[in-house]
Design a protein around this ligand. Structure first.
Ligand code: GAL
Length: 809
């Protein structure tokens, strides 16, 4: 929610109070408090650390969110394995000493954890509150019975045990890596995740908005209460109201309210309009709780033959899969870092994210709502059968019901979510136990939400052999890979709706090119086969390297684009992520499968999607123009809004070319001679755009470009500074690997460095980084003191370059 909106609502509420619309004061309503600050942290186990009087004086002081793995050193022998990112895991403790504000009038206090990786156990003042093994789930404990008197010290202790490894097929991070909240409440209040907003009827004149509400009564007797819900539009204008009286007899009482919103503005990917329901609980003549639920009004439908429709209009799903790490920041949640990822994805036309393969941070779903992304929310990568040796199967029996319920309860108000996926490539699809488990999971979801389809990402596409399919309860069939088989689906799965949930797994390293570009490397070539990759652990960026189960971007996109019954696809993956460095062994430690590298620098194929998925006029020529004299070089161009492209080498035309059908680039093979290459696109004979690349000389200077030069002095905002090594004429030196040293002073600090090279063993937390193929990245984080962050970057023979980032309140 924007600050503007908050202020507007406050103003309207004050106005309403002053003119007597509300008869009661609201001095009892306290909003949830961010509880991230001033924790103590210690790596290693100590069975006594739960005790309130334990001496944690020498422990490290830090603020959350925190991921201790990302601070560690890469090592092949780390138990998480290179597949898990080759970083340390282990056991650690967090402690926080706090007082309840003596002014607070609340009678109940809850603590909400958005996610702890993993096996967390929590104590308050020495009392054990419980355990949550699953690292991706949000959970709450009631602190009330164990708190000391107001103004006295309380100690919250959290043990995090991520020592059982390998726990995952990718990097998980370790620690309290998402936000923590203290939630003060009166004796009667909205229950945890206690409001569910649906829009059962939508037409151009009005939308019926239904609120299913659960009220928690912590007194021991029945309480008459009065519930008022007001719907505000995106500008903060109150539209409609509903009031209800109930007798809260039990500890949880349910009620429903329906309001009619006139002339609704629909939520869509291009216009993600949100409304806000403000629900107020009145008890004993006082306003005791106010709960805000942002929601969207939209309808959608998957069809068996015509794809996907949003608000009655056909929409092609341009999706990517995303793991949760944020590159050099690790798993530690940062809203700006997630927003930047989404901005970069929007720039290539992406409109959908599959949350692979677990529930994301709540802020990411808020951003998807706000920025207009469709979401597949996914619960599990493992059921009862093993994928990672110490993976979720260990906790399945005890926890799967609760974890799945909690995912749906937490997330079901997000307009962005269009399907619940109950699993990814689950081995039970090959086993008859899959039938009963699928039915159980689908029933759990349907009990809590019938407005979205239940799906599961499948690999087995023989209907006779796939037990998850045979359960008969999937509303939507999601398939990973084998895109050529899609063509048989209407016949194989008559009447079913499908989705391409994972595609490609094409490999690439930013700025690296293997020629000839028209021969495809399959790495690894087949199951369990040795492969012959590059000695420097790189993969080519010509869209000519794939895993054996995958395919090139162009081959896959041609099938999806040309078949109306396929609603779109989800590329594996949007960004490179830490872990799963296939096809290479250590020192490779992060993935090659992204369209965008770990720093957020687009690889070339990003522009193929931009040419296909956006209307933005573009032209992208690659690779660089620094080769051996006489070497034959493949030059590619992606373009749109033009009929043809002409290539010039040192001023001499190499002819005009147009994309052949179902190919999304043009190519020339030319001998290298130092100088320049230039591509010019034309429409109806008129020039549209041109792009020129010069042969670069020796590295001689550093260029620093911040994604934002002014950021908030809020203690968490970030500026991402791209560092380029240039020659004396300002050309990017395409193979520069100079060591760059950073110095940061003022109102911010260095929170991470990276260069996107999948086999770099340099730490992410350092004041230096080698450039890789000409570039690296520095991320600076604002403190809470408004001012300036002075950044300098220097390197041998490169001089020093400075940049200043302003931080404002
Ligand atoms: C898929 C899997 C993903 C990832 C990908 C790599 O089979 O679902 O999680 O491992 O392969 O190609």
């Amino acid at each position: 929610m924007t600050n503007h909106f908050k202020t507007t609502i406050k103003l309207i509420a004050c106005l309403a109070i002053s003119i007597g619309l509300f008869s009661c004061s609201d001095n009892l309503v306290e909003s949830r408090q961010n509880f991230d600050k001033d924790w103590k942290f210690q790596l290693g186990d100590d069975s006594l650390a739960f005790q309130p009087d334990y001496n944690d004086q020498d422990w490290r002081a830090l603020n959350l969110p925190h991921d201790w793995s990302i601070e560690g050193e890469f090592c092949k022998d780390n138990p998480a394995n290179p597949e898990g990112g080759a970083l340390p895991t282990g056991i650690a403790w967090y402690r926080k000493t706090f007082k309840i504000d003596s002014e607070s009038k609340a009678e109940n206090y809850y603590i909400d954890f958005d996610g702890v990786m993993r096996n967390s156990e929590v104590w308050i003042n020495g009392h054990y509150l419980g355990k949550r093994p699953f690292g991706y789930i949000s959970f709450r404990y009631d602190l009330t019975p164990y708190l000391n008197a107001k103004a006295e010290q309380n100690v919250l202790a959290v043990k995090v045990d991520n020592s059982a490894q390998p726990a995952s097929r990718w990097y998980t991070g370790s620690g309290i890596y998402r936000h923590v909240w203290l939630v003060p409440e009166q004796a009667v209040h909205v229950a945890h995740w206690g409001i569910f907003v649906t829009t059962p009827e939508i037409n151009t004149e009005s939308a019926h908005v239904k609120l299913d509400l659960k009220v928690r009564n912590t007194t021991s007797s029945a309480q008459p209460i009065h519930v008022k819900t007001t719907i505000f539009d995106a500008e903060g204008v109150a539209l409609v109201k509903s009031t209800s009286q109930i007798e809260a007899i039990d500890s949880i009482s349910a009620l429903s309210q329906i309001v009619e919103v006139p002339k609704p503005k629909l939520w869509s990917v291009d216009s993600p309009t949100r409304y806000h329901a403000i629900t107020e609980i009145y008890w004993q003549d006082e306003l005791v709780d106010r709960y805000e639920t942002p929601f969207g009004i939209r309808s959608f439908e998957f069809t068996p033959d015509k794809g996907f429709f949003l608000n009655g209009e056909h929409l092609e799903i341009y999706g990517v899969n995303q793991h949760h790490d944020l590159g050099a920041l690790g798993a530690a949640v940062n809203t700006r870092a997630m927003e930047r990822q989404l901005e970069i994805l929007k720039g290539m036309g992406c409109n959908a994210i599959r949350m692979a393969h677990n529930p994301p941070a709540p802020e990411l779903l808020d951003l998807c709502d706000e920025m207009g992304f469709l979401v597949i929310n996914e619960s599990f990568d493992e059921w009862k059968k093993t994928k990672a040796k110490k993976g979720y199967h260990l906790y399945w029996d005890e926890w799967h019901v609760r974890d799945l319920q909690d995912m749906v309860l937490r997330d079901r108000n997000h307009p962005s979510i269009i399907a619940w996926s109950i699993g990814n490539e689950i081995p039970e699809q090959f086993d008859t136990t899959g039938i009963a488990i699928t039915r159980e999971l689908a029933a759990i979801v349907k009990e809590l939400d019938t407005t979205r389809p239940v799906t599961s990402a499948l690999t087995e596409n023989d209907p006779e052999k796939n037990n998850i399919y045979k359960s008969g309860v999937l509303d939507l069939l999601s398939f990973n890979y084998k895109h050529k088989d899609y063509l048989d689906f209407p016949e194989k799965f008559p009447g079913e709706c499908m989705l391409a949930s994972e595609n490609m797994s094409a490999l690439s390293t930013r700025g690296h090119y293997d020629m000839p570009s028209d021969s495809v490397r399959v790495w690894p070539p087949a199951y369990n086969q040795p492969f012959d990759g590059n000695d420097d652990y790189t993969a080519s960026s010509y869209d000519n390297a794939i895993a054996y189960w995958g395919a090139t971007h162009e081959d896959t996109w041609a099938v999806i684009k040309n078949n109306e019954f396929i609603p779109g696809m989800f590329i594996w993956s949007g960004f490179d992520y830490i872990g799963e460095p296939l096809p290479y062994p250590y020192p490779a430690r992060s993935s090659y499968l992204g369209i965008i590298d770990l720093c957020g620098f687009p690889k070339d194929v990003y522009y193929m999607y931009q040419s296909e998925w956006t209307d933005k006029t573009m032209l992208h020529l690659f690779p660089h123009w620094n080769w051996d004299e006489g070497q034959l070089v493949d030059l590619w161009a992606y373009y749109n809004n033009a009929d043809e492209v002409e290539l010039f080498v040192n001023g001499v035309s190499q002819g005009r070319k147009s994309k052949p059908e179902d190919q999304f680039h043009v190519i020339w093979r030319v001998p290298f001679a130092p100088g320049s290459i230039k591509a010019v696109s034309y429409k109806d004979g008129e020039k549209v755009m041109e792009k020129e690349i010069q042969t670069a000389g020796k590295p001689s200077q550093i260029e620093l470009t911040a994604d934002r030069n002014t950021i908030s002095a809020d203690g968490s905002d970030l500026s991402f500074i791209t560092v380029k090594v240039l020659d004396e004429n300002g050309n990017l030196v395409p193979d520069a690997d100079n060591l760059i040293n950073f110095e940061i002073t003022g109102s911010g600090f260095n929170i991470g460095v990276d260069n996107g090279y999948q086999a770099s063993l340099e730490p992410f937390k350092a004041n230096y980084r080698k450039a890789f193929n000409g570039k690296c990245l520095l991320i600076v984080q604002a403190t809470e003191d408004a001012g300036e962050i002075a950044v300098s970057a220097s390197g041998e023979g490169l001089g020093m370059t400075n940049i200043e980032i302003k931080t404002t309140n």
